[in-house]
Design a protein around this ligand. Sequence first.
Ligand code: NAP
Length: 246
Amino acid sequence: MRILILGGTAEARDLARRLAARADLSVIVSLAGRTAAPVAQPVPVRVGGFGGAAGLEHYLRSERIDALIDATHPYAAVISANAAQATASAGVPFLALQRPPWNEVAGDHWIEVADTNEAVQALGETPRRIFLALGRKDLAPFRRAPQHAYLIRSVDPVEPPLAVPHARYVTARGPFTAEQDGALLACHGIDVIVAKNSGGPASYGKIAAARTLGLSVIMLRRPKLPDVATVQAVEDVVAWLDHAPA
Ligand code: NAP
């Protein structure tokens, strides 16, 4: 079987690792190409967009893909919708691997918002010190709130920088522990965090640290994803493949 994994997450890498050694499977991971030096994958990789749902359908047909696994990030909604559409058109079995979201627990102060525009509104007019734990492509709306001081963490440098007078940058790749993130937040005098509900342990450090420090988290709600067969664990994908999807 030829398996295409839509990757860009730790789970996609784990899955590829689990499948790499199997002689009955030929596995390819697809990355969007957002990061300059992506983490090495244990299987062959292709990089870059397919050209929408039609482009992905063409790829599935021309590469004779037998099953597609969408293991992209829960906020990567465009590629997930394209994958659902392309597999339906091409008649290719399809499964989504989606990590469960974090839940607010006692001691958390979350303000849930629909998107980054709402997040900007929720920050208010009074200048605050904000940790933006978002992807580089999600930063632009914060230009409209130049009164705040921003700490921005990303895997690759933010180029061009955000057009606000007070912004500092940290380039780092997770996972991040609660201790590391607590020290970062305290060192920069942060009083509010803007985050995505990514789920999983690798980026939970800031959420746990916010609880300890009594900071608010403006949490972007997850986007609506296509209504497709979905599992939450790598083992569930392996079990699905073992039942020879057709
Ligand atoms: P997106 O908005 O859903 O997708 C935008 C376009 O990027 C897609 O239409 C597709 O281009 C291309 N694309 C996305 N993922 C791809 C993949 N795995 N392989 C090939 N092309 C892909 O996606 P995004 O939010 O920019 O995320 C891009 C990648 O970064 C994903 O692989 C995702 O798992 C990873 N990531 C995203 C986030 C996040 O917060 N969004 C966080 C961590 C990691 P075409 O239409 O040309 O095919």
